[in-house]
Ligand binder design. Structure first.
Ligand code: PAF
Length: 285
């Protein structure tokens, strides 16, 4: 695996390969790689000649300094995992390399970045869009792989790609879960033993909402979910919203024909976890 820390080296190496007609699959990450990331890399490996990964803890997508400082950084372990999964190129730049000047670009995502994560983490999606656009310019991938766990992020990136007419195919990939249902996340390693033992309740409650879909109103289902989760010691729901899967608009009644998703963010002690579940029984995740 080639490891680069500069934009120029990454671009010139990948450019030679694309000029030879090789396709590039790209998995952008912030490191602390887990099996969820590995599954994205495996998918990229199946569909492309070359697999590139980036590891960059993007400071401008953190709205809380404390969250940025606590974000796990495990570069050596990550490199070992990338070698095992036959990744060809790793781009691991410094903050100065990515942002020699302050990043001032502003995106307009309309309603999409005003709700849920966007509402609770002001500026987060603008920071994600800036870094992903920049990474796409550097890597110039044919395909880029994103997990459905970050459902709203995926919508934002798909919107950015279509608005800016970027020449990259966005490939959504399923959420990977531990055996007890907890969605895999780099943040899980920060959970205490007790927090780890209660965390699977998030997915159980999302499934409880799925069972109730169509039988009680969306508003009552949201309230039920929030009250169930808040019963757990140390758990505090930031939001739990049932929204259209395409427009992220709240729904007031169930509509068999509309794809609907429940998204939640939960603070468990000092760790913020997100998860979601597609609710329509005729649409598989
Ligand atoms: O999902 C993530 O890990 C990050 O938001 C991303 C897409 C790598 C941008 O920093």
């Amino acid at each position: 695996m080639e490891i680069f820390t500069t934009i120029a080296d990454t671009q010139s190496y990948l450019k030679k390969l694309t000029q030879q007609g090789k396709s590039v699959g790209f998995v952008p990450t912030m490191g602390a790689l887990h099996r969820g990331h590995i599954s994205l890399l495996q998918q990229a490996n199946l569909e492309n000649d070359i697999v590139a990964c980036s590891i960059f803890v993007n400071p401008i997508q953190f709205n809380k300094q404390e969250d940025l400082l606590k974000y796990p950084r495990t570069l050596n372990e990550d490199i070992a995992k990338l070698k095992e999964v036959a990744c060809d190129v790793l781009f691991a730049p410094s903050v100065d390399e990515m942002y020699p000047e302050p990043a001032l670009e502003r995106f307009d995502f309309g309603h999409l970045d005003k709700v849920m994560e966007g509402k609770h983490r002001p500026g987060h999606f603008n920071g994600v869009a800036i870094v992903v656009k920049k990474l796409f310019e550097i890597v110039n991938p044919n395909r880029a792989y994103f997990g459905l766990k970050d459902f709203q992020q995926l919508k934002i990136i798909q919107t950015m790609v279509s608005t800016l007419k970027l020449n990259v195919q966005i490939v959504p990939c399923p959420t990977l879960r531990e055996n007890d249902g907890l969605a895999m996340s780099s943040r899980n390693i920060r959970l205490s033993k007790h927090e780890r033992s209660v965390a699977p309740a998030i997915y159980r409650v999302l499934n409880g909402i799925k069972e109730k879909a169509g039988r009680i109103s969306p508003k009552n289902a949201e309230e039920w979910g929030i009250s169930q989760l808040n019963k757990f010691d140390g758990m505090n729901v930031e939001y739990l919203s049932i929204v259209g899967a395409d427009d992220l608009l709240p729904i007031s009644e169930w509509d068999e024909k509309k794809s609907v998703v429940v998204c939640t963010a939960v603070n468990l002690g000092a760790v913020r976890l997100i998860d979601n579940l597609i609710l329509n029984h005729h649409i598989e995740e």
